[in-house]
Ligand binder design. Structure first.
Ligand code: RB5
Length: 149
């Protein structure tokens, strides 16, 4: 898969190890910044990453900030993006299987790099359970988007 990776300054120290790990898993990585440790604004990078997904260039994304929360809020402002802020492996797997999430977010100030890489493994290794109530519920999310965004 082609995976877009974005971070702000508070996720900057983690992003190179995450990028290397994603490449080791056999995926291509497209980085949208930030590319320095200077203070910056997470919505810029969330938006750049979501554009890559919504244009079809990338299939999924990983966004890192201090908590993962700002990135997930910004990403979820985009129609067609389902971003999940995770700090445990079970959630990272289930958000793909049940929610068909296309963006994984986490916080460098919340989890260590070992957990971050485990989250990446769980998220990228999972498959959406494309049937039944999951489809109904994801369609309901799209309905909400169409009414509100
Ligand atoms: C930056 O200080 C921090 O607010 C940001 O990385 C993120 O945690 C916001 O949700």
């Amino acid at each position: 898969m082609k995976i877009v990776l974005g971070c702000d300054h508070a996720g900057y120290n983690m992003k190179d190890a995450v990028a290397a790990h994603v490449r080791e898993l056999g995926h291509e990585v497209v980085e949208v910044g930030t590319f320095t440790a200077d203070s910056c604004h997470y919505p810029i990078y969330a938006h750049a990453a979501c554009e890559k997904i919504l244009s079809g260039e990338c299939e999924a994304g990983i966004l890192i900030c201090g908590t993962g929360i700002g990135m997930s809020i910004a990403a979820n402002k985009h129609k067609g993006i389902r971003a999940a802020c995770c700090s445990d492996v079970f959630s990272a797997r289930l958000t793909k299987e049940h929610n068909d999430a296309n963006v994984l977010c986490f916080g460098e100030r919340v989890i260590g790099i070992g957990t971050a890489l485990d989250l990446v493994d769980a998220f990228l290794g999972a498959t959406y359970l494309n049937g039944g109530n999951h489809v109904t519920r994801v369609a309901m999310l799209t309905d909400i988007e169409n009414e509100t965004l």
